[in-house]
Design a protein around this ligand. Structure first.
Ligand code: HEC
Length: 231
């Protein structure tokens, strides 16, 4: 009872503080305080917030046009086309998903198990180890600059974003999940249902496969950003 009153008071104080700071007092904040997970409403560094609320990558390379798609060398080369314009909440949701082993068949493997931020988003092994200690058959490539790739995997066998996203999730030697189980596990989490609703405001109550694949895409521009920060 006492704890409940303290929480209510804390939420009220937070709402007032946010209004003073000129921020929108999100209705989700009170619920978010209970489980501690909140999606950022700000674009990450190196991204500019556009009038429609989406974030676009800003980079020195964008100020040069390339000649016949070859560039003129060095920093005077324009960047390849890349997908941009995600909302800050979608970018942040992608970050949560990247580190969450809930995405794997038995809850042991996250994307970061093989694409480790402290190992250049690879794992430093000759061949990656997947679910139940299986040999994944190939080495995990770095995810630096992956935002600018037009085809994926060592043999460039996949060129669509959605197909790439499903590769590790459903490979029996990597994360070993199945589409139905993935959606069941995510939808069983009231936190994820809330976070997906926040990231995809137009969507319904249940998390859909399309949203899960899409939520992984902002991670690519994010990797470009992280690379920029390290250099
Ligand atoms: C078990 C280790 C493992 C896990 C877990 C894993 N990956 Fe990978 N990843 C790999 C390997 C190995 C490849 C290369 C596969 C190939 O070439 O056939 C790869 C390739 C990729 C590529 C293509 C990169 C390129 O240069 O073509 C992307 C993007 C990627 N993974 C993202 C992810 C995401 C996002 C997740 C989580 C949903 C994830 N990976 C989970 C091992 C893993």
């Amino acid at each position: 009872m006492l704890l409940a009153s303290v929480l209510v008071v804390a939420a009220a104080v937070a709402a007032v503080a946010m209004t003073r700071a000129g921020m929108r007092p999100a209705t989700a904040t009170a619920t978010a305080a209970a489980d501690g997970f909140v999606l950022s409403e700000r674009c990450p560094p190196s991204f500019e917030r556009m009038a429609d609320g989406t974030c676009e990558l800003r980079d020195l390379y964008q100020f040069y046009d390339s000649l016949q798609d070859r560039g003129v060398g060095g920093t005077r080369t324009s960047l390849p086309q890349h997908r941009d314009g995600f909302r800050p909440e979608q970018i942040d949701l992608g970050r949560y998903l990247f580190f969450d082993p809930l995405l794997s068949g038995d809850g042991t493997q996250s994307c970061a198990s093989c694409h480790r931020p402290d190992r250049g988003f690879a794992d430093g092994k000759p061949r990656s180890i997947g679910i139940r200690g299986q040999d994944a058959g190939r080495a995990a490539p770095t995810l630096w600059n992956v935002a600018f790739l037009q085809s994926f995997f060592w043999d460039a066998r996949v060129s669509s974003l959605e197909a790439q996203a499903q590769g590790p999730l459903f490979s029996p030697r990597e994360m070993g999940n199945e589409p139905a189980r993935l959606l069941r596990n995510l939808n069983a989490s009231s936190t994820y249902r809330r976070l997906f609703r926040q990231a995809f405001p137009g969507g319904g109550d249940a998390i859909t496969a399309a949203q899960v694949y899409l939520a992984q895409q902002p991670l690519r521009p994010l990797c470009a950003r992280l690379r920029g920060r390290v250099e």
